[in-house]
Design a protein around this ligand. Structure first.
Ligand SMILES: Nc1nc2c(ncn2[C@@H]2O[C@H](COP(=O)(O)OP(=O)(O)OP(=O)(O)O)[C@@H](O)[C@H]2O)c(=O)[nH]1
Ligand SMILES: [Mg+2]
Length: 368
């Protein structure tokens, strides 16, 4: 379906343009007066799903609402509030048209609506958020021809490609640096650090130091020290930001400094402020948010939102060995707008961890 906005001094004039461009079968979606002597008509030509939705203006420049506006525009000095309200209006219309498109597909009787529902339910069955699933489907359908719009196998492949394109990965330990692992209590931060330290120090022979700032939980320091001793990696305990800065300076010769942090509830303002202070005290520090892939969407979302108060670099997911529906990884990644770094697949140190790749994530998120 092609949708386009036409403007002219009267509806009749706009209709002439519509007929010339879309032919006699054009569907009129709306008409309205948008200024003095300016009428706008939104028209569509029926199903050609291969054509992208065209929201551009008709070739004739739109008449401006008032003589004052016209004069200002001529002088190239259109005032900011007017430009803003124009932008807002355009945005509102864009949303209206998108909803219209969505309604047309979802409310249509027959095969198209059946296919849409089937594919939506398939995405949702993988744990993908329903709103995200609809968005992926709309984007997929807007790029296929009408004939292909009911070919489920073909559409499934297109959807996989769309999901693949959404996935972003990165490795914060690929270059020399300081990386702090943050997240809610018990998500697997310390275990993730131990695995990464072992792989980098023992296998990749990178000079590595560990620092823990978790002086709150009983046994937390000892937990990391045991791992450090086993790997021959120094472990420091920083009681405050000053000490943290001092240890980082002292380990300036290291390739990697990994920082373990106490489990924080995103509503714990004091705890979050302490983490923010790390960002101010250690320029270039990277924050990796560790998330339990088995958490419910709401818990993942509130963790992502809460920890986004920090300049997050990337996300890691634990417990991929548990459960079989991993769509929430995609949901959290899309919300956070951050790439995925590591995937933890069990409690064994160091075996149960892998660097995230788009291919591997696809196997988890859309296994069939
Ligand atoms: N099955 C499974 N268990 C894991 C995984 N990652 C961590 N664990 C287990 O989860 C538990 C908690 O792990 P920790 O690394 O201590 O978690 P944490 O985030 O450091 O916890 P706090 O410091 O208390 O906030 C341990 O028993 C780990 O063995 C994983 O990927 N799969
Ligand atoms: Mg811990």
């Amino acid at each position: 379906m092609r949708i386009k906005r036409f403007t002219g001094p009267s509806v009749k004039d706009a209709m002439k343009d519509i007929k010339a461009e879309f032919g006699a079968n054009a569907l009129i979606l709306s008409t309205k007066k948008v200024g003095v002597g300016v009428h706008e008509v939104v028209a569509a030509v029926d199903y050609d799903l291969s054509a992208p939705v065209d929201l551009s203006l008709s070739t004739a420049p739109r008449a401006l609402a008032s003589p004052a506006q016209r004069a200002a525009a001529d002088a190239g000095t259109l005032r900011l509030p007017e430009e803003l309200s124009e932008l807002r209006r355009e945005l509102r219309e864009l949303k209206e048209l998108k909803n219209l498109c969505m309604n047309m597909v979802t409310s249509a009787d027959g095969p198209l609506s059946d296919v849409f529902t089937r594919l939506e339910e398939n995405l949702v069955s993988h744990g993908i958020d329903r709103r995200l699933a609809k968005k992926i489907l709309m984007n997929t359908l807007s790029g296929v021809t009408r004939e292909k719009a009911t070919d489920v196998v073909f559409l499934k492949n297109c959807i996989k490609k769309k999901v693949y394109d959404k996935i972003a990965v990165s490795d914060p330990l690929a270059s020399k640096g300081v990386v702090a692992f943050v997240g809610s209590s018990g998500v697997g931060k310390t275990t993730t650090i131990a695995k990464l330290a072992a792989l980098n120090a023992l296998r990749k022979k990178k000079r590595t130091a560990l620092i823990t700032t978790d002086t709150y939980r009983i046994g937390a320091v000892e937990q990391l020290k045991i791992y450090g001793r086993l790997m021959g990696v120094p472990v420091e305990v920083a009681k405050d930001t000053n000490e943290l800065r001092g240890f980082i300076k002292a380990h300036n010769d290291k390739d990697l400094v990994l920082i373990d942090t106490a489990g924080r509830n995103q509503n714990d303002i004091r705890g979050m402020n302490e983490l923010k202070a790390f960002a101010d005290a250690v320029p270039g520090i990277k924050f990796n948010l560790v998330l339990n892939s088995q958490s419910r969407d709401e818990a993942l979302y509130s963790s992502v939102k809460g920890f986004s108060a920090l300049p997050l670099d990337s996300l890691s997911f634990t417990r991929l060995d548990e459960g079989s529906s991993h769509g929430p990884i995609l949901n959290a990644m899309v919300l956070a707008k951050k790439p995925i770094a590591y995937l933890s697949t069990g409690s064994r140190v160091p075996e149960d961890i892998e660097a995230a790749s788009r291919e591997r994530l696809m196997q988890y998120i859309m296994p069939n």
